[in-house]
Ligand binder design. Structure first.
Ligand code: ACM
Length: 462
């Protein structure tokens, strides 16, 4: 029977008492006004379980904690035992350190089916994470159905071929790749996530990272360079939207559609990596941000948008360097910290030659667990980033995300102090068996299984 010292993320306080409680047992749920948002209090006694919750999220998290205490098999899709389990008795009080505990999920570079997205929501929720930042559009694919503009998905929703690994050469795999979500699929994902206390924050990236849209509707791009195809390369494309009034009108409509599907208070407009940005591109960002803000939502942009100036109050995803966070806060914005040098799940996990498609610089498990960020009035939270150029299947996604995302989840939820030497056995002996039961193909702590390697596929140097 797992004890209170096996929980991940670690709770604020946990006091064991003698005895056990038969599980499953009825859970007596009460509302508690004295707990912080998303907080809960559990009392496990021989005669039953009481769960005091600040709100529906708190109740959900209390139940996640009970699931961990019931043992790894509680994470299977069906029971494999005939006899009831037992829970250890005692009291737990718990609430999160950050209100935004996010993960960016890139479904544009490599499409993830609806079923795969729902599964990822389950995995976030099991880790008490609460934001799925869904990156829906990029140079390599457009994944959201917009009924008024069907070519966005019929043309922009797939590409002829893909670069294998990362190189400067012309070789491609010759295999068409694509997929998109119908409006009803996205509404289903939103509702499924909401039932698990996860907010889906959609991202439509402008005015860079938009080549799939330009391939679909060439008038959105600069007249001189037609025609463009949905990009088959990785990297930063120089194909930018033509920042004209008609392109703005087009994207105002697209964002209205996004606002209609996604009830999230925050709507992301991208704004990153715009090579050769002109004042007209900055104005484009300002106008889309204002459009979102006028409709009562908070626009979110990557930290490059600070260069646009004249923005409404925004949420800034700080990924480049921490000075950008200071700049954002000085300008009156809130920030989510997601620095490339701290929490990029696509980066290599070891320097060993067997590490599959090693991109970026080393970010191993200990590096993720050591990620430091201080809560503050304008710091909404932290977010890990799962860019998918080199994650062509959900198996590769599992490998990249776990168990580093488990370490990140604890950083996001639990206050310090943190000690990697304490964390590692807790992860290895108690949390990896939960991931096994969930069917997650995580990276083993001592390196990839043979079938997880990608011999001969080049990576990107540091
Ligand atoms: C980013 O990594 N381009 C936000």
């Amino acid at each position: 029977m797992p004890g209170f010292d096996t929980l991940l993320p670690r709770p604020v306080s946990a006091t064991p008492e003698p005895g056990t409680c038969r599980w499953p047992s009825p859970v007596h749920v009460r509302t508690a006004a004295d707990l912080p948002a998303e907080g809960y209090r559990l009392r496990i006694a021989p005669d039953g379980v009481t769960l005091d919750a600040a709100d529906s999220a708190g109740e959900f998290y209390g139940r996640q904690t009970l699931r961990q205490l019931a043992g790894p098999d509680a994470f299977r899709a069906a029971s494999v035992h005939n006899a009831p389990a037992e829970l250890p008795c005692g009291a737990i009080e718990d609430y999160p350190r950050f209100g935004w505990r996010g993960c960016l999920y890139d479904v544009a570079r490599n499409f993830r089916t609806k079923a795969e997205v729902l599964r990822f929501v389950d995995l976030l929720a099991a880790h008490k994470m609460n934001v799925l930042n869904l990156h829906l559009t990029d140079d390599q694919g457009w994944r959201i159905e917009v009924p008024r503009y069907p070519r966005l998905t019929s043309v922009g929703g797939w590409r002829k071929s893909s670069m294998v690994g990362r190189h400067d050469g012309p070789e491609r795999d010759g295999r068409p790749h694509g997929g998109y979500y119908r409006v009803a699929d996205l509404r289903e994902i939103v509702a499924y996530a909401a039932a698990r206390s996860v907010t889906v924050v959609p991202e439509v990236d402008v005015p860079g990272h938009a080549r799939a849209a330009i391939a679909a509707y060439p008038a959105l791009g600069p007249a001189s360079e037609h025609p463009w195809e949905v990009w088959t390369s990785w990297g930063i494309s120089t194909s930018l939207l033509d920042p004209s009034e008609s392109t703005l009108d087009f994207f105002r409509e697209v964002f209205d559609h996004v606002l209609d599907i996604f009830p999230s208070p925050v709507i992301a407009l991208g704004g990153d990596e715009v090579p050769g940005a002109t004042e007209a591109h900055h104005r484009f960002v300002r106008e889309i941000a204002a459009h979102v803000a006028e409709r009562g939502r908070i626009p979110m942009g990557w930290d490059e948008v600070l260069d646009s100036g004249g923005l409404p109050a925004m949420l800034i995803g700080v990924w480049q360097d921490r000075e950008r966070a200071e700049l954002a806060v000085k300008d009156g914005h809130e920030v989510v910290l997601c620095p490339e040098d701290g929490v990029y799940l696509d980066h290599r996990q070891s320097d060993h030659p067997d590490e599959p498609i090693p991109v970026g610089y080393l970010q191993d498990l200990e590096h993720f667990y050591g990620f430091e960020a201080e809560p503050g009035p304008q710091v909404r939270g932290i977010q890990a980033q799962l860019w998918s150029e080199h994650l062509d299947t959900v198996r590769r996604t599992d490998y990249a995300a776990f168990p580093r995302l488990s370490a990140f989840a604890e950083v996001a939820w639990s206050s310090g102090p943190r000690d990697y030497a304490e964390f590692l056995p807790r992860l290895r002996d108690h949390h990896l068996p939960r991931l096994d039961a969930l069917g997650v193909e995580y990276r083993p702590l001592d390196g990839p299984h043979p079938w997880q390697t990608r011999p001969g596929v080049p990576g990107r140097p540091r």
